[in-house]
Design a protein around this ligand. Structure first.
Ligand SMILES: Cc1ncc(COP(=O)(O)O)c(C=O)c1O
Length: 351
């Protein structure tokens, strides 16, 4: 009962039928059409058990990302892969380090494994390698961080991820959560570090850029010996045929990620500029959302209400240490226009 309940983004507003949901970092374009076709095809075989080894999906991920298929594990969202890591490598008396504004599932997963979550400070909303290294004790088993991070959208500066990976004792697993990695131009999500260091594990998801959050598919990439441990605690049928085939079709569509990330980069720049012009502070985001910081909690609450009155849902992030913040998913051009118009209306109403 000490575990905080995870709070998802709201999806409805009483009295509004045309709700614009910008509260869960979903892809405004949805999934690639090939994934929808695969879902239809797979529905004809749902009386059969799915594959247990996920061989075809792992091969397809390996091909697209240039990774060894036998070092990939697939889960029910990347959340499940993160759960496997905690369950396999931490327990009573062990510590799992996460950072000040880190993803809210990390302490939940630590508690689920019976371990102690240890929160370390960030530096101006960016993960601090020095703070993490200083917090490592002989009880530390895992360090979890997202790069780009949620809800800040910030990334570790070049070279810092590697300094962290190389600075940790070999007995500590570094989990690099790459839920938003595709949105960060030129970034491999930590894959090259996994190739060199057996204690580094990268997680990725089909929920964001592939637009399949409702289907729940994610994956991890790590040293063979780590993946072999995780596979032993994975339920054999954790992913359905529908999930497997949709994900495979999505990852085989090589045009999808560049198209979606180009749209995102364009609209993210537009939203960031508009927010700054309206007086909200924003760090440069490397993901598909922007964290806007207003004067204080009261102002963030007022903006949230003003947006809801226009049928727009964004995310309050008080639980992440930002009572003054609102996290806004980047939509398509029309949606971003609607959001900026509503924000402008709020600002003018207040002026
Ligand atoms: C940083 C981060 N990691 C992991 C996840 C979990 O994603 P999923 O379980 O849908 O793959 C999310 C979802 O919002 C996230 O923001």
């Amino acid at each position: 009962m000490n575990i905080a309940l995870y709070e998802g983004g709201k999806s409805s507003i009483a009295g509004h039928s045309d709700v614009l949901k910008l509260s869960s970092n979903e892809n405004p374009l949805g999934p690639p059409p090939a994934a929808m076709t695969a879902i239809g095809r797979a529905s004809g075989t749902v009386h059969r058990y799915p594959s247990t080894d996920h061989a075809e999906l792992r091969a397809a991920i390996g091909q697209t990302y240039g990774l060894a298929a036998e070092q990939i594990i697939c889960g029910v969202g990347s959340d499940e892969v993160l759960q496997f890591v905690c369950q396999a490598f931490a327990g009573e008396g062990d510590e799992i380090i996460y950072t000040e504004h880190g993803f809210s599932m990390y302490p939940i997963l630590a508690h689920m494994a019976g371990a102690t979550p240890v929160q370390v400070a960030e530096s101006e909303r960016v993960v601090s390698v020095d703070q993490i290294l200083a917090a490592v004790s002989e009880r530390t088993r895992i360090v979890m961080l997202a790069n780009p991070a949620n809800p800040t959208g910030t990334m570790l500066p070049d070279g810092e991820l590697e300094r962290l990976a190389r600075g940790l004792p070999a007995t500590v697993i570094l989990v690099i959560d790459g839920a938003y990695a595709e949105y960060a131009e030129g970034y491999d999500g930590g894959a090259s570090l996994v190739a060199e260091l057996p204690n580094v594990l990268m997680t990725r998801t089909f929920s964001k850029v592939y637009g399949l959050g409702g289907l729940r598919i994610g994956w991890g990439y790590g040293a063979r010996e780590v993946i072999e441990v995780l596979t032993r605690i994975r339920q054999p049928f954790n992913l359905s045929t529908v999930q497997l085939q949709a994900a495979q079709a999505a990852v085989e569509d090589r045009d999808w990620v560049p198209a979606c990330t180009a749209l995102n980069a364009e609209q993210r720049a537009r939203l960031t500029a508009a927010l700054r012009q309206l007086g909200a502070a924003c760090d440069e985001s490397h993901a598909n959302f922007v964290l806007a910081r207003f004067a204080d909690e009261a102002e963030a609450g007022a903006v949230d209400l003003a947006l809801q009155a226009e049928g727009i849902l964004v995310r309050r992030v008080t639980g992440y240490g930002f009572p003054e913040g609102l996290r806004m998913t980047v939509g398509d051009a029309q949606q971003t226009g609607r959001l900026i118009a509503a924000l402008t209306k709020w600002r003018e109403g207040r002026a």
